[in-house]
Design a protein around this ligand. Structure first.
Ligand code: UDP
Length: 329
């Protein structure tokens, strides 16, 4: 009998790559998404497979899946600062109510559950690099608070289910990850810069560009998540690439990669934008025997190829997603 895995947020960037991974590893995949930020295009190629099933469902409502479930991966959530501003209530609900529903399902099915937490639980960190024992520096009432606090609550309720109900749980703290299928207009720095280069616009660096990020290629991320799920470690593990770069230097790399003739322009830094971010991955190395393998140059080439393949219509559409009907709830 094939092992069955439920993946929420399956039509999103990370969710869709996880679907591919679990199909490749011989699992039966139940994919779930409410398609607020996800896109069926990302998983279209899987619909013809016998081991793949899709449920169009919002996990903040009661979740039902018939039969056995061996593993649950909870990856449903808006995941970009622009999304948190546009759909703040949904962001809070999917991290809190959605997680509660999935923990309940995991308990009912006696399944192991991995939840997608984030480097945002560290907020604008005062220690560098960030290791799992750092408690973070989050502005609860700032624009990013809806995501950061939902994810912090998610970790708390997951540990409570682990301690109180003996549930088999895993917590991944995911750092900035990139690759094919990122949403072009979600405002994140990589699709933003590549989109600007492809449209012949100037690259918008926020602030003075001295803030840092560390970018992990999606194949490495998925490999780390897979290893964490199959490990026996229940405490949070950072999964990311420790190679740190300033956003200004990164913009210069994009100019080189894309060959654009455009220049860099500076825009105001969004509120609570973390000044530095780099994962300490000692734990992942020790517990999972995992570390990233893909250099930024190689990963960015593949990512650029993906964005070059988009249609002109996609490239010039200002936003794919109409959130208006979701904001009534
Ligand atoms: N950023 C930027 N220009 C853009 C989009 C983002 O300079 O057009 C900056 C942003 O202010 C942040 C960094 O790039 O410092 C990464 O932003 P992103 O939204 O990708 O991720 P996060 O802030 O959640 O790490």
């Amino acid at each position: 009998m094939k092992k069955k895995v439920l993946i929420t947020g399956a039509a999103g960037f990370l969710g869709s790559h996880l679907c591919d991974k679990f199909i490749d590893e011989g699992f039966k995949v139940i994919a779930m998404d409410n398609l607020i930020t996800g896109d069926l295009k990302n998983i279209e190629h899987l619909f013809k497979l016998e081991n793949f099933e899709f449920y169009h469902h919002d996990v903040t409502k009661f979740v039902h899946v018939p039969g056995d479930v061996d593993y649950i991966l909870h990856f449903a959530s808006p995941a970009s600062p622009i999304d948190y501003l546009k759909i703040p209530i949904q962001t809070l609900k999917v991290g809190s109510l959605g997680t509660h529903n999935l923990l309940g399902l995991a308990k009912e099915k006696n399944a192991r559950i991995l939840i997608a937490s984030t480097s945002e639980v560290y907020g604008d960190p005062l220690v560098h690099p960030q290791s799992e024992d750092y408690f973070g520096n989050v502005n609860t009432i700032g624009p990013r608070g809806v995501y950061d606090e939902a994810k912090r609550f998610q970790e708390s309720i997951t540990m409570a289910y682990h301690r109180f109900h003996n549930l088999d749980t895993r917590i991944a703290r995911i750092f900035n990850t990139y690759g094919p299928r990122m949403r072009l207009n979600d405002g994140r720095v990589i699709p933003a810069f590549i989109g600007q280069a492809l449209r012949g616009e100037d690259l918008t660096v926020f602030g003075d560009g001295m803030q840092t990020r560390s970018f992990c290629y999606v194949d490495d991320q998925v490999d780390g998540l897979y290893k964490l799920l199959l490990s026996d470690y229940t405490y949070p593990v950072n999964i990311g690439n420790p190679e740190e770069i300033t956003i200004l230097d990164f913009a210069k790399e994009i100019i080189k990669l894309t060959g654009t003739k455009q220049k860099i322009v500076f825009k105001p830094l969004p509120q609570d934008d973390p000044m530095q971010r780099e994962p300490d991955i000692t734990k992942a190395r020790e517990v999972l025997g995992w570390e990233p393998k893909v250099e930024r140059e190689e990963g960015m080439k593949k990512t650029f190829e993906y964005f070059k393949g988009l249609t002109k219509e996609d490239l010039f559409k200002s936003e794919h997603k109409d959130f208006s009907k979701h904001n009534r709830r």
